[in-house]
Design a protein around this ligand. Sequence first.
Ligand code: WTA
Length: 633
Amino acid sequence: MKSKINSLAEYFKEYEKSINDPEKFWEGIANEFIWRKKWDKVLEYEFNTPKISWFKNSKLNITENIFERQLDNISNKTAIIWEPNNPEEDVIKISYKELYKKTCQFSNAMESNGVKKGDRVVIYMPMVPEAAIAMLSCARIGAIHSIVFAGFSSNALADRINDCNAKMVLTSDGNFRGTKNIPVKSVVDDALDNCKSVSKVIVLKRTGEKINMINGRDLWWHEVIENQSSEHEAASLDSEDMLFILYTSGSTGKPKGVVHTNAGYMVYTYYSFLNVFQYNKEDIYWCTADIGWITGHSYIVYGPLLAGATTLMFEGVPTFPDAGRFWEIVDKHKVNQFYTAPTAIRALQAYGLEYVKPYSLDSLSVIGSVGEPINEEAWHWYHDNIGKGKCPLVDTWWQTETGGIMISPLAGITPNKPAHASLPLPGIQPVLVDSEGKELEGNNVEGNLCIKFPWPSILRTTYGDHKRCKETYFSTYSNMYFTGDGAKRDHDGYIRILGRVDDVINVSGHRMGTAEVENAINENSKVIESAVVGFPHEIKGQGIYAFAICQKNDNDTVKTLEEEIKLTVRSIIGPIATPETVQIVSGLPKTRSGKIMRRILRKVASKDVSDLGDISTLLNPKVVEDIIKGAGL
Ligand code: WTA
């Protein structure tokens, strides 16, 4: 663990080095890995196109760096501890050696079923070890995985499969979550009615649910691995070959496929994991995210495994069988580093301390937060009651697009300040800019957060649409990556993330585009027009508030229409996008050029209409009154 920073002075020294000579800095870290062929050049980039290559013309395989590089030392060490949804069911522990064999076996099985380098494989699976094995097997072959969170609807799944033209889908018969048994295979079946590219589906038996297997298309996981060798020669991949695509929401309607490539992503997830969590050789590390999100990719699977860590994977939910489940698991497995989301903290805080009290939580040395701004109250509750005041709390700011943690304390090394992501990791050069793109220097400034120099795990493109990548991230400000977040640098020079400045809503740490939800609502034939905004929500951070103009049938009531619209969203996107409130309105506030004034709708949604600003320029000022009345304000 050569590149681990051990003191504040060392952090400043490393940071300085990484800025003065980034290529030399990253080369030093890359040299810890094994390469089939080393690079010609560490970094070549041009932000305006954008065209970014790290470790240019090198050849490698990320799984070779997880397995072959480390097996001599940690062959019997537990790689994955799997905690099932039901605490009565047996825990599974998989050693590095076993994980290696299972990965090889499944790589062979996928190849026998026609998967080749460059093919896209969609993974729609529960939180089981096989999901990680599926990812690693794709990486070993050089197939590109695209994981779709198993809570998305069949429509959303079909859109993603079609966008990347996937050849294979990996799924399970069902998915245990709390008291629910979600029939994921039937969601896949529905999706595939509209996907021509998929020729094979491999199904893991998990719940024993009776499912429909389509002859010639559907295969059982346990059958395809039978008789497959547990050795497999890893493909030699180019540094810039795609490792995975992960769809995420943006300001415009369609989710975009963020692309990460092999070498840079490997180097950065390893480095950031080691340093942010200050992982020690014998530690048990647990990140509660789902592998369907970037946090699961980088900090359940790739980062920890590249660092030879023991990573815990939990199938269930924080409130089953009761709201003490997280803490029970921490004690049961003696978890050292615990990484979760503010929304989970706030939800558990609301259940009360009696669910925390029965557990000692003595093993914890680092606690972490990710996905949305953590408010000070939740920060203190987490720090005092879970970290017992003795664990550093790493508030990690980053994005699907950044691949790894960008701004965060390094546990116990750099300062901890409530609700502040604080300082950038070495190699990361954040800047705050005003609306003209002018850099705001010094402290006590607030602006839009950009990054002015590439880091190894920066996104390379959005799949099939490079122009969109350019427009979304590299065109707002010249020569910078624009994050879409607003931030403040306080008087101490620490960064506090203020939230999105674009039309993205962050619901329980899940990104939703307002246009994406509006498009879904508009699929309901009774809806004429809709507008969606976010509003502050005590547990979820933000909730979705939808305004809709509808054409009523005789037997529709306002209530039935509202319910119908919610159902439409659930079926088009999935339960996570369901609006908290739907308000049926007669019109929407618009400017004379026809643009919806979301500012006004946001005020209504947050139940504060004291200062609406100037509405006299609206096309239809009266409609505002009606909306306010309709909202019961
Ligand atoms: C938000 C999740 C404040 C932010 C890793 C970002 C945060 C978006 C934090 C990315 C944090 C993430 N403090 N806000 N510590 N972490 N965000 O792509 O708005 O699912 O742009 O990646 O979440 O969400 P994504």
